[in-house]
Design a protein around this ligand. Structure first.
Ligand code: ATP
Length: 340
């Protein structure tokens, strides 16, 4: 189980350019809610960085501070070297955001919404190319946004996030409301962005989304950073392990599996031996040892720890949705008076 210090494979100094850095970032709402708690996070340019946590973990609040939609109670954020609070305009010029609640003009068509976003950013993007990139057909783009399905709304919001081909793309629950094609599209867009040296900050409570697309992942729980690493690194740090189940002709009288390095637990039931191993190498040793102890192995199955197990281990049991219902809708106005 992770202790106070988040496990990380990036402890060594890294001289890659930094895209987003939060330093001791803390956000309180009133006296009772500590939404973000002393968050230190470094996202490097060119990576797809997963920001993972159960509902209410503080993901949107962190993004809100990055965008200066809310002010931090303590600490600071820089984006591509610009202070998020003091140089908000510079930050907004370099960042595209797909927010959790979209803030679209419902009476205007999708196309008008997009034109307005392009005008506001002064980037002169080709509207049809953007619509095409997110898979919104012309006929749909010419309808009022108020009548859009959740998936269409999400695609339009994604097009707006891509206006100006931003150096940093922030996606807050980007797959919410999308069908599998839409989910794939989000992944392709994220990958394409990163392949061109740009940064993607991908916030989600859906593990499979993050696993499929992200280079590294931070896990946030109740405002605190509990881990930063690759998914493979997180598994290894946790010794998440596997369960080897062997069916044998007969369980040997003297079973010496407990002596095998990496074996955490052994359970015997009739002709089935279940062995929990914490190290990958122990899996083969387990099979060899059972044979050496005198049994014929008739069948072997190996179950790896699921991502849910991994996540629960880090968050003390808060379980995210794997492919579950959409994220919570937009949060109410900031207690400090900011808007979202
Ligand atoms: N404007 C606000 N006023 C008061 N409390 C707030 C406000 N916004 C967020 N919170 C609280 O701060 C905590 C973190 O919320 P936040 O929306 O940042 O989490 P999240 O990880 O983005 O969750 P979700 O996945 O549900 O969007 C929660 O306890 C939430 O209720």
């Amino acid at each position: 189980m992770p202790a106070d210090a988040p496990p990380s494979s990036e402890e060594a100094t890294d001289d890659r350019p930094v895209a987003i850095r939060t330093s001791d970032l803390t956000k309180r709402y009133g006296d009772d809610v500590l939404a973000v708690d002393a968050l230190d996070l470094t996202v490097y340019a060119g990576e797809i960085f997963g920001f993972l946590g159960p509902n209410g973990a503080g993901k949107s609040t962190t993004i809100d501070v990055i965008m200066d939609y809310v002010r931090p109670s303590a600490g600071s954020v820089t984006v591509l070297g610009h202070d998020a609070q003091a140089e908000t305009r510079a930050v907004h010029e370099r960042v595209g955001i797909l927010p959790d609640g979209y803030g679209l003009y419902e009476r205007l068509t999708g196309r008008k919404n997009l034109e307005y976003a392009v005008e506001l950013k002064g980037t002169g993007d080709d509207i049809d190319a953007l619509l095409d990139r997110v898979g919104l057909e012309s006929a749909a783009a010419d309808r009022a946004v108020g009548g859009y399905s959740k998936g269409m709304t999400q695609r339009l919001a994604l097009a707006i996030a891509l206006v100006g081909d931003p150096d940093v793309l922030i996606l807050d629950e980007p797959s919410s409301g999308l069908d599998p094609n839409g989910v794939r599209l989000v992944r392709e867009i994220a990958r394409d962005h990163a392949d061109r040296g740009k940064t993607v900050f991908f916030s989600s409570h859906i593990l499979s989304q993050v696993e499929a697309v992200c280079d590294r992942v931070a896990i946030l729980d109740r405002g605190r950073l509990v881990a930063v690493d690759t998914i493979a690194g997180l598994r290894a740090a946790l010794d998440a392990g596997s369960t080897v189940t062997l069916t044998v002709d007969a369980v040997p009288d003297r079973l010496t599996l407990g002596e095998v390095a990496g074996v955490d637990d052994v359970a015997v039931d009739d002709r089935t031996i279940r062995v929990r191993v914490g190290e990958a190498a122990a899996k083969v040793d387990v099979i060899d040892r059972v044979r050496d102890d005198g049994a014929a192995v008739l069948d072997v199955t190996i179950a790896e720890s699921s991502l849910e197990d991994l996540f629960s281990a880090y968050t003390g049991g808060s379980s995210p949705n794997r492919d579950g219902p959409d994220a919570a809708g937009p949060v109410a106005a900031d207690a400090d008076g900011g808007t979202r």
